[in-house]
Design a protein around this ligand. Structure first.
Ligand code: ADP
Length: 482
């Protein structure tokens, strides 16, 4: 939840969706573990009088509720404070791997949220849960754990941001959840002998959403369903796809404080300055006519990094372009990308970091932007790229398919290059097409302008959530949007 904590797009979405909902007339409060990054965010954090203990793992673990607000809003963020669990380097893992007590950490979080709602006396209609870390909350509401009166009328929504991360734990962890073994069955919490918190959320929530209409269809197939497609097909009448929105107040090249120069669709000179500055910063030889291809990504298999690594050498030999890659993640990919950068000095730059400022400078300084994902529930980077005048080259999957349309020079329609095959041939086709457009200034100006004119803001997406919440409050089922 930016600016409190972020590992990827979920952070952007959770930091901006409540503010967008507030603009739609909803009143929102949010709950988040008091992670170390939250406590060091610089935002004003106040104590509340609410403290209690949660019985977990044979102990009674203390919890303190702290309070802050999302900037420029009146959205209260209640922080579940238990330093033993949350005052750590990472959110879910550190450099040694996943935290071994994640089941306990997030069972505690979900149980503390339920207790906090009661103590804070919040008058809530909808409880909106994001990914497996919050997956137990719909189960608590449905089974009325604690027996609180507000549970009779509250409705739960489970949003899947990334089905590959399911929160799977060995069955022995089941008692940590506080729920009885009768729920450990393959319709609800059990998955191949393990406890599965994403499955739990999907099974118990009144409504399930994911973050694009195309992905809502994809996850009902074996190819994309990560083992949960049967359950998702069973729940399809309660499954909707709503695209993530972009916070254009934060992502605007005309005012972005993280950029060396500013620009807009009608005054692009600043983009050239951003481009020159990026080339200088990363040591790229990107003279006139040599486009910079940018990428900002977690380094995970999902993101198509293997394809990129295998495709680049032949493409670099064939065409004139440079690459600016910012990423962090799996060590194998870091090594391979470092080797590529060493092999092509001046043409491939790779920075291994989690660096918000450099991310903005890459969007602004790039001419093209690569997103060759194997799957992509929504994807935000292609939307940021378009806003910043970088033409996206994306694989046709999930939210990428819903937000980028393939440019046709004959009609002047389209916002990027969209390829189908998740392999070296597919990526090569997509990149070559975009490089061909780049060589024709009129085509290029058009595709850049089309992308910059798109509006992927919460102004459009927020009302879809509001409509869904309203239907739920009025007792209706979900009319799926996909
Ligand atoms: P995912 O959530 O799967 O990582 P998204 O496209 O939804 O993918 O969101 C990625 C977000 O993380 C974007 O805001 C992007 O700018 C940011 N990001 C990814 N890698 C880095 C990095 N190495 N440094 C800074 N920001 C990054």
């Amino acid at each position: 939840m930016i600016p409190l904590a972020k590992t990827g797009g979920l952070g952007d979405v959770c930091g901006s969706l409540p503010v967008a909902l507030e603009r739609c007339g909803c009143r929102c409060s949010a709950f988040l573990p008091a992670y170390r990054s939250v406590m060091r965010s610089g935002l004003r954090i106040e104590p509340t009088p609410h403290t209690f203990t949660i019985p977990i793992g044979g102990r009674h673990v203390a919890c303190r509720i702290l309070r802050t607000q999302l900037p420029n809003s009146s959205v209260d963020v209640y922080l579940i404070d238990q330093p033993q669990y949350y005052d750590r380097d990472g959110l879910y893992h550190d450099r040694h791997g996943e935290y071994r007590d994640n089941c306990e950490r997030f069972s505690f979080f979900c149980r503390a949220v339920i207790q906090a709602i009661e103590q804070l006396n919040l008058d809530i209609d909808i409880i909106h849960c994001h990914d497996w870390q919050a997956g137990l909350v719909p189960a608590y509401v449905e089974t009325k754990l604690g027996g609180f009166r507000w549970m009779d009328r509250v409705r739960s929504v489970m949003t899947i941001h990334n089905l590959a991360y399911q929160g799977r734990f060995w069955h022995v962890d089941m008692p940590l959840t506080g729920l009885g073994w009768e729920y450990f069955n393959h319709h609800q919490m059990e998955f191949h002998g393990e406890l599965n918190l994403m499955k739990t959320g999907i099974a118990f929530a009144n409504t399930v959403t994911t973050v694009s209409p195309t992905h809502a269809r994809e996850i009902q197939t074996e190819e994309y369903g990560k083992g949960l497609d049967t359950l998702l097909r069973q729940r399809r009448h309660r499954l909707a796809g709503i695209l993530n929105g972009v916070d254009y107040a934060h992502w605007d090249p005309a005012s972005d404080p993280l950029l060396p120069a500013h620009y807009s669709a009608t005054a692009l000179a600043g983009k050239d300055r951003c481009r020159a500055a990026l080339a200088a910063e990363l040591g790229l030889q990107a003279g006139q006519g040599v486009p910079i291809v940018g990428m900002v990504s977690r380094l995970a298999q999902q993101k198509g990094i293997d394809i990129l690594i295998h495709a680049l050498p032949a493409l670099l030999a064939e065409r004139r372009f440079c690459c600016a890659i910012l990423g962090s993640g799996e060590p194998g990919y870091v090594t391979a990308l470092r080797e590529l950068a060493a092999r092509y000095p001046g043409r491939v730059a790779f920075v291994e970091a989690q660096d918000e400022g450099l991310a903005h400078r890459v969007y602004a300084g790039s001419d093209l932007f690569l997103v060759p994902s194997l799957y992509e529930p929504c994807g935000l980077t292609q939307m940021y790229a378009m806003r910043y005048g970088a033409v996206p080259v994306v694989r046709r999957t999930g939210g990428l398919a819903d937000t980028v349309s393939h440019f046709d020079p004959a009609t002047g329609q389209g916002t990027g290059s969209v390829f189908l095959d998740a392999d070296v041939g597919g990526l090569g086709w997509g990149l070559r097409a975009a490089l061909d457009w780049h060589a024709v200034p009129a085509h290029w100006a058009r595709v850049v302008a089309n992308g910059m004119a798109g509006d992927w803001s919460w102004e459009h997406q927020g009302p879809h959530y509001e409509a869904l919440f309203t239907r739920l409050v009025n007792g209706g089922a979900t009319a799926p949007r996909s």
